[in-house]
Design a protein around this ligand. Structure first.
Ligand code: PAF
Length: 284
């Protein structure tokens, strides 16, 4: 079933008002398009939990750090709509810039603390851009439930915090990372890798899995760093922006797996920045 593509806030509101009158639960899956199976797993989960499902597609200029990155971001609206057909979603909301940031837009949503580490430390302003657009998308869609992947775990925690702090009335549902057969976390940015770089990129998840199991066996992250970085370098990775273990809730840096934590990485492969994170079971 082809879902209606809705391009304006007024059309969207006309739909959601009816759903709200009928006390239907509205689920939203915010995306920037270039949909892959990771996004589609969020849509499947939304279909299970909500009466009405809206997928949003908006490449948000406020969360990019360079004009080239924004320019190169894949845009595949036609293919995205085709991929959504089998799910029977109720609307695909594809606003243009003016629907989200009308002339004179002057508001910035900023979550402190959680955004100062990991990607926040390397991408100034990125999480303000995410927090601002997500707040707009939540209010525009009148969402009751919102579905985000754990692939962007820091983003998930930032969104949970802003939804709670601002009483947005949205329950944020985190869903597991979906991986390619060789372990590479699915990401729209994987499309930017050449075949050769794509082949090598899976080493990242192998290195992280090995580190996580050593951490759970009691090693400290400092013990593992030299070898992990050498393996990445030997596989063609460039700069490592970070490779750190942090607690799940507050994202505090830790050395040993003594509390619920995740291992986080951001590394460059052939000019593409790849991020990943995995659970580190508490050391026995
Ligand atoms: O994860 C993404 O695709 C984006 O950061 C989001 C949440 C759609 C906001 O633009």
């Amino acid at each position: 079933m082809t879902a209606p593509i809705v391009r304006t806030l007024s059309e969207l509101r006309a739909m959601t008002r009816g759903w709200q009158r009928a006390a239907e639960i509205i689920g939203v899956v915010p995306t920037m398009g270039a949909l892959h199976d990771g996004h589609l797993s969020l849509v499947a989960r939304a279909k299970e939990q909500a009466d009405r499902v809206i997928v949003t597609i908006f490449v948000n200029p406020k969360q990019f750090n360079t004009p080239e990155d924004l320019e190169n971001y894949p845009r595949t609206e036609h293919e995205d709509a085709a991929k959504l057909e089998r799910f029977g979603v109720d609307a695909i909301y594809v606003p243009d810039g003016a629907q989200i940031y009308p002339d004179g837009f002057a508001t910035n949503v900023s979550v402190s603390g959680l955004t100062e580490v990991l990607c926040g430390a390397h991408r100034p302003g990125h999480f303000d851009g995410v927090a601002t657009v997500v707040t707009k998308l939540f209010t525009q869609t009148s969402a009751d439930l919102a579905f985000f992947g754990e692939k962007d775990f820091q983003q998930l925690q930032v969104v949970r915090r802003l939804a709670r702090d601002l009483d947005l009335g949205v329950e944020v549902v985190g869903c597991p990372t979906i991986r390619e057969i060789d372990g590479l976390a699915m990401s729209s940015r994987n499309l930017l890798l050449s075949d050769q770089a794509r082949g090598r990129a899976a080493v990242l998840s192998d290195v992280m899995e090995d580190m996580a199991s050593a951490l759970t066996s009691g090693a400290s992250i400092g013990d593992l760093m030299t070898e992990a970085k050498a393996r990445l370098k030997a596989s063609g990775f460039g700069d490592v922006d970070y490779l750190e273990m942090r607690t799940n809730d507050s994202l505090a840096l830790i050395e040993r797996a003594e509390e619920p934590a995740r291992l986080f990485a951001a590394v460059w492969m052939a000019g593409v920045r790849l991020i990943d994170n995995i659970d580190v079971p508490v050391a026995r």
